[in-house]
Design a protein around this ligand. Sequence first.
Ligand code: FE2
Length: 397
Amino acid sequence: MTLAQTLTDAEKLAGLDADQLRRLTGLVDHDPSRDPFPVTGWDAVVWVVGNATQAAQLFRAVYGMELVAYSGPETGNRDHKAYVLRSGAVCFEFRGAVDPASELTERHRLHGDGIADIALEVPDVDRCVAHAREQGATVLTEPHDVSDEHGTVRTAAIGTYGSTRHTLVDRSRYTGAYLPGYAARSAPGRPGPRLFEALDHVVGNVELGRMNDWVEFYGRVMGFTNMAEFVGDDIATEYSALMSKVVASGNHRVKFPLNEPSPGRRKSQIDEFLEFHGGPGPQHLALATSDILATVDVLRERGVEFLDTPASYYEDPDLRARIGEVRVPIDDLQSRGVLVDRDEDGYLLQIFTKPVGDRPTVFFELIERHGSLGFGKGNFKALFEAIEREQERRGNI
Ligand code: FE2
């Protein structure tokens, strides 16, 4: 199978090709026939929020995403409203309860605004589910077809950490805007410039002592491989420490760093997340952009707040020695607080937002890769110190 055939429908729809994806997110060659659980790529990230109508407006107006589909009372869904938005190959669905008795109401009470489902596009739902079941995974929804006038989608869902699920979607026989049951919907006015193109990775925060179990889960159940290994000492600050490992699908399109807290002098940022999220869940989504400076400028102008990077980060002579030449002057990175890291394959630029909702839980990373396949390990200490300053302001440390 060629690389071009491994693109998801969303990636094809966004006009991305394999070369762009390789550059943006580190796609690698892969033979799915030998994979027990082949994954083509990300399908959608499903959020449950307190007000999906306003979330959809925010993600259109601020994050420059395009409304593509809708489900709600007007389309026969009396339980909740759901808005589907895209930016390049990134697809977010925002769900908010309409019926007070909706199960989304209870989920939102427990977790606040957050990610309930990281849906993955797979070529063979039944094969994936059979393998997952054999390996002891919880099958939340059995494989079944859903159809409308645009064709048929085959889908199923398995459980992962916390109350997070992975819906598996084969949309090869479907031409509609999103899924059967959703109406195509666009918003008036021309969409502005696209601010990000693809989803790079989704980080999960799991319980103390459970990281290796979840790394093993992704290996055994979903055929993912370990990409990189960090030990606690690598990413300890004065006050807290965490452990992190990264698993990836065979083609490296889907990458899941998994964090667990490790006992430190005070409460770690992972502990804070677990407390306010009410258990494990997705912590941050990394959005790949080809121009992080332009994206940060637009988002900041529209009111998005980023973590501060201290001037000392840029003044450190070790930083300049470590990162070498990058495509923009360091002053341009510093004026925006963009971090830079280099490894043997190249470098990356990255920046982190403050939490997107009311609780100190889920947030975004913007990432611009130039060859590096890493996650900014060299920045972890600076990043965690910045998070801890925010944590301290919230009185949670
Ligand atoms: Fe990240």
